[in-house]
Design a protein around this ligand. Structure first.
Ligand code: HAM
Length: 441
């Protein structure tokens, strides 16, 4: 299929031919599950990260920027039994023969960085950026998706779990989201968890044929993950599965109680969710998820996290407790759309310069205005007064500065308000900046 589009053919020497027919759909498109983010949506992404920083930095968290690609073993070491690592990871051999992977998440990278650099503990880190998982793309599920998150290494105190969860909650509040539910569970100490996994294996194994083929496969690799199946056919057997609360030892139970009372003290509501297991496999004791009530239930996890006390050790470091979360930017913004909060900002400039004398005046004036700290835009290509005024109105600018032949000869400019009902006036060029400042402030 072909259509008309405004592509001008270039010729040697800079001459151009008028637009030619070209394919209506361009030859190159983003890969499935990957997207371009254009302004003003991209501006919303940046503000999302800024708001997150404004919540976590006052609590003592410092930005960490791990590489997007790591030795694949950093991830396989900590998540071999999970789909995220065993099925969805973009792993490949680089030109130097190393097996590397695009990070599917950042917790393992942050722990690897801790082992490599040994910062003093408690190490409180926050991060933002893209991750990659080869998943089936759909609304709220992408192959490249962004997260913001925190990780704290070196502290065992349940009050830290409270702090971490509270930061996530306060962030959603700062965005204006109201329909978020905090789901809470404890996976116990390693021994509790191991006993529970055995009990699950026995429960599901006894009625194996009642499970879907996918869940039978999951059962082989990781019985806990069967609990996470959203398939209707698995629901009955999951509903009668043993509950982890019955397997918690004293230590994990106390940790969980302190966590819950801390959340109560901060007025953060939560729901106990005894079947909450998460997609990654490194959690012990605290696990939690923030569910977006407006989203489709299969993709309603806005974020989640928990304790992963064995992770640093698994990566070759000293035994070091850790806790953190990651919040998905993409899904959280979908939830914001649903709730009508934290919208994309209106883009506008303070000043739009209209120059019908050839364009050099607009060059000088926009430069002066920008250097004075105000934003300014202009039209190009020597367009007519009418076309330039149209562009000025479209830009959302508060005022237009207009220079025609008469103003050029007189050393003046016309300042015309584009919003409200102020009068246009003629100012001398040396007075222009002062006048603009008075009008704009
Ligand atoms: P996760 O649950 O795999 O945890 O991901 C956290 C959040 O990232 C999800 O709740 C979701 O919002 C978003 N997310 C995950 N996959 C996708 C996808 N394919 N498309 C769009 N959004 C997605 C972790 O990544 C852990 N590292 C969290 C953590 C940090 N635990 C301890 N510290």
């Amino acid at each position: 299929m072909t259509g008309r589009c405004a592509v001008w053919e270039s010729r040697p020497g800079g001459a151009r031919r008028p637009p030619v027919s070209c394919p209506a759909v361009s030859e190159f498109q983003t890969s499935p599950g990957m997207r371009d983010v254009l302004a003003p949506e991209s501006e919303r992404w940046r503000r999302f990260v800024d708001v997150f920083a404004s919540v976590v930095e006052p609590a003592g968290y410092g930005l960490v920027i791990p590489p997007m690609m790591e030795d694949a073993a950093v991830f396989t070491r900590v998540g071999e039994a999970t789909d995220v690592v065993s099925k969805e990871m973009y792993a490949f051999t680089d030109l130097g023969g190393r097996t590397v992977a695009l990070r599917p998440e950042q917790t393992a990278s942050v722990c690897r960085a801790f082992v490599q650099h040994r910062p003093t503990t408690p190490w409180k880190a926050w991060y933002a950026g893209p991750n990659f998982r080869y998943e089936k793309p759909q609304r709220g599920r992408y192959r490249q998706f962004d997260q913001v998150g925190v990780e704290v290494l070196g502290v065992d105190d349940p009050y830290l779990d409270v702090e971490v969860i509270a930061l996530g909650w306060r962030f959603y509040e700062a965005l204006g989201l109201r329909q978020v539910t905090l789901l809470l569970n404890s996976l116990g100490e390693p021994a509790d968890r191991a006993r529970y996994v055995d009990a699950l294996r026995a429960h599901f194994g006894a009625d194996r044929d009642a499970l879907t083929a996918e869940s039978r496969q999951t059962l082989e690799r990781n019985p806990l993950r069967v609990l996470d199946s959203k398939r209707d056919a698995d629901a009955a057997l999951i509903a009668t599965a043993p509950q982890l609360a019955d397997f918690l030892g004293k230590e994990a139970a106390v940790h969980f109680d302190v966590l819950r009372s801390g959340l109560d003290a901060l007025g953060i509501p939560f729901r106990d969710e005894p079947r909450l297991v998460r997609g990654l496999d490194y959690y012990l004791r605290t696990t939690f998820e923030f569910a977006g009530e407006t989203l489709d239930s299969a993709q309603n996890a806005l974020g989640g996290g928990g304790r992963y006390d064995g992770l640093v050790e698994a990566l070759g470091g000293p035994a070091t407790p850790g806790v953190g979360f990651a919040l998905g930017l993409d899904r959280t913004l979908l939830a914001c759309d649903d709730e009508g909060v934290f919208g994309a900002p209106e883009r506008s400039v303070d000043v739009f310069v209209v120059d019908t004398t050839g364009g050099a005046e607009a060059l000088a004036i926009t430069e002066h205005v920008r250097r004075s700290g105000r934003s300014a835009d202009r039209a190009y290509d020597g367009r007519s007064m009418k076309a330039q005024m149209k562009a000025a109105n479209r830009s959302g600018a508060a005022v237009a500065v207009i220079v025609g032949d008469d103003e050029l000869a007189a050393g003046t400019a016309v300042v015309r308000p584009l919003r409200g009902d102020g009068e246009q006036i003629v100012v001398t060029r040396p007075d222009l900046l002062n006048h603009l400042e008075a009008v704009l402030s």
